[in-house]
Design a protein around this ligand. Structure first.
Ligand SMILES: Nc1ncnc2c1ncn2[C@@H]1O[C@H](COP(=O)(O)OP(=O)(O)O)[C@@H](O)[C@H]1O
Ligand SMILES: [Mg+2]
Length: 229
């Protein structure tokens, strides 16, 4: 049975005097892929950072699995099982794929790399390669692989397919579906066909506000998303 795993209520956020998010309400259920769409500068990254504890909201609440996250430090949010994968695809360039995964295991005490490899078979072949030499798609696989160690409750992923080749995007698409069986996904994504193919719910963000919620497969379409951008 599906239940609410992440809930954002009345969230406001600002950088100093500049208000960026206004009264954001959203929720993610177990087993769901929820997408957040919007133009550049709409506030999508700020929203994920606020949930992940990297930016303290000025008001409102973030709750995961009935636990209040707002006010927690980012590392405690991650430890609780809400993991954030930032937009900039930063991995440790001078470390190998294996060493990057080891860091993930070290943090979460989860050494179940088989699961990671099952999602991303290609990583097995790249184990001894320096992460700095990976393609963008391979780097994204590594970031997601590292993030799912420890079986997080929720993954927050910021623009995972930005700049990636279509073949890799297609592969990520099916992997997201598989991952969502165990870990709910909240994805910020500009690739609308991809969003519409995988999302159970879509929030459109404009100028820091949620201007639409498409809550079922029938109402989720590229045309419907575009109407709100
Ligand atoms: N660190 C920051 N300091 C001040 N303003 C910021 C900062 N990061 C983003 N902003 C501003 O907040 C707004 C939302 O940005 P962002 O959340 O990155 O949007 P999106 O991810 O939707 O492109 C923009 O106007 C941006 O200029
Ligand atoms: Mg962004």
């Amino acid at each position: 049975m599906s239940r609410e795993i992440l809930s954002v209520k009345g969230l406001n956020a600002a950088y100093g005097e500049a208000k960026v998010l206004f009264d954001i309400d959203m929720s993610v259920n177990t087993g769901q892929i929820v997408a957040c769409v919007g133009r550049n500068g709409a506030g999508k990254t700020t929203l994920l950072k606020s949930i992940a504890g990297f930016l303290k909201p000025t008001s409102g609440s973030v709750t995961a699995d009935n636990t209040l996250l707002s006010g927690m430090k980012s590392y405690d949010v991650a430890k609780f099982g809400v993991k954030y994968i930032p937009q900039d695809k930063k991995v440790f360039f001078d470390l190998t794929v294996r060493e990057n995964l080891e860091l993930g295991s070290y943090a979460t005490k989860d050494y179940n790399w088989d699961q990671v490899i099952a999602y991303f078979p290609k990583l097995r072949l790249l184990m001894e390669r320096k992460a700095g030499h990976l393609s963008g798609g391979e780097r994204q696989m590594l970031m997601i692989g590292r993030a799912i160690l420890g079986r997080p409750k929720v993954l927050l992923i910021d623009e995972p397919t930005e700049g990636l080749a279509p073949g890799i995007v297609a592969q990520l698409k099916s992997t997201f579906r598989e991952i969502s069986l165990k870990t709910s996904l909240l994805i910020v994504e500009q690739n609308l066909p991809l969003v519409c193919a995988i999302a159970d719910k879509v929030y459109a963000v404009k100028d820091g506000r949620i201007v639409a919620e498409l809550g079922d497969k029938e109402s989720i379409s590229v045309a419907a998303c575009e109407r709100y951008l």
